[in-house]
Ligand binder design. Structure first.
Ligand code: SF4
Length: 120
C-alpha cells in the first residue's frame, strides 16, 4: 500500500488518506485471503503524489454524496501496471463515499483479484 500524506498535512487534499488507508488495509487483510499481493495506492487529490494510476487499485480523493449530502469520497481506478508492460489504471467508479470504501474494496478484491473471505 502506498499513500500520499492527504488532508492531515496537505492543503490540496480532498480526503484523508494515510490513516484511513492503513486502517482499511488492516481490516481487509484480516477478512480476506489473497492469491497474490495487490498494490493499493491512495492519493488525496488529482495531483496524485500517491501515484494512483499505477496501482492495481488506485484511489483518488474526490467529492462524493451520501444520502444527498456532500461527503469525503474517492474515485476508484483499476488495472495500473508497472514493469515491462506498464499501463495506467482506468476509472472503475466515481464518487464513492469514504464511509463505503471498506465494503467497496472488499467487493473489488473478491471480484477482480480472486480474494476469498477467511473462515471465521
Ligand atoms: S496528492 Fe494531493 S493531497 Fe496528496 S500530498 Fe499530493 S497534493 Fe497533497
Amino acid at each position: 500500500m502506498v499513500s500520499c500524506t492527504g488532508s492531515q498535512f496537505c492543503g490540496f487534499a480532498l480526503a484523508e488518506t494515510k490513516n484511513r488507508a492503513m486502517a482499511l488495509m488492516e481490516k481487509l487483510e484480516q477478512q480476506l485471503e489473497l492469491p497474490r499481493n495487490v498494490r493499493v495506492h491512495f492519493t488525496g487529490c488529482p495531483n496524485s503524489c500517491g501515484q494512483a494510476q499505477v496501482g492495481d487499485i488506485g484511489l483518488i480523493g474526490a467529492p462524493a454524496k451520501k444520502d444527498g449530502k456532500a461527503t469525503e469520497g474517492f474515485r476508484i481506478l483499476l488495472g495500473g501496471r508497472i514493469g515491462e508492460n506498464p499501463e495506467l489504471a482506468k476509472e472503475f467508479e466515481k464518487g464513492v463515499p469514504a464511509s463505503d470504501l471498506e465494503d467497496k474494496l472488499r467487493g473489488i478484491l473478491i471480484s477482480e483479484f480472486g480474494a476469498k473471505l477467511k473462515a471465521t
